[in-house]
Design a protein around this ligand. Sequence first.
Ligand SMILES: O=C(CO)[C@H](O)[C@H](O)COP(=O)(O)O
Length: 283
Amino acid sequence: MSPNGTFSISKVRPVVLSRIGQPTKLISPITDLNLSVLEKSKQLAAWTAVDQHVKPEHRVIGIGSGSTVPYVVERIVQLGAEANAERVFIPTGFQSKQLIVSSGLNLGDVDQFPTIDVTLDGADEVDRELNCIKGGGACHLREKVLAEAANTFILVADYRKNVEFLGTNFASGIPIEVVPFAYAKVLQNLHHHLGCPQASLRMAIKKAGPVVSDNGNFIIDAPYDQETMKTPYTIMAQIKMLTGVVEVGVFCHMARAAYFGNADGTVTIKWNDGRVEEVAAQA
Ligand SMILES: O=C(CO)[C@H](O)[C@H](O)COP(=O)(O)O
């Protein structure tokens, strides 16, 4: 890695190391010299996940949202026009729809294809049991539908998202999509009945007023203490029961594996059976 934070190697011999350090399988070489360490880690996670989970026989593929997912699409495009000709790609929102279309891939929707072979998506944070926070980009309603519709749901993220307990680095809280007219009532419930006095309506940056989701709804961010976040299913279920809530950005027991690109060029893979693998590219 160069002092300015970019990878300075033009090509490396790719090797996958298992947990006990034995080479097991080849992965993608590092070839792009211009990406920052953070971007490279996202790319490594995404490419490795595509290489391991997008199978030749897969026909319906879910594409998630965020800044890591473009590398998923980049890798899928590299599989070639012939490999992708018979496939249809299902987006989780406006961003991934644009990505699919601009990449020349076939676009579908989940109402046409309610069963998906594999969905690959980003995450705001993932804990040791593969529970995750999603919705930093306000797409978690469609993301959860595509995660549930998928036979295999895979998370891709950079090293900052790999945590023991949710809420460690992602401090803004649990994203909650609510129907607009109910937002004040949901906030009141969170403040007074669900132990979250800091819950607030997410405001837009380059627009006056609140963030509006792709579904025309508002987003509330609800930060909870670490003790609460140690049992994310409980708080997720309680929030979901509030009338006016459309979806909660906590996904429990859904992912088969999470791929985290690391700053040193390795990838950590956490599996839903508790295994943890280290995948390394060696010069
Ligand atoms: O949940 C999401 C959007 O609602 C994204 O998947 C999440 O925010 C991760 O994004 P990034 O890859 O940019 O870190």
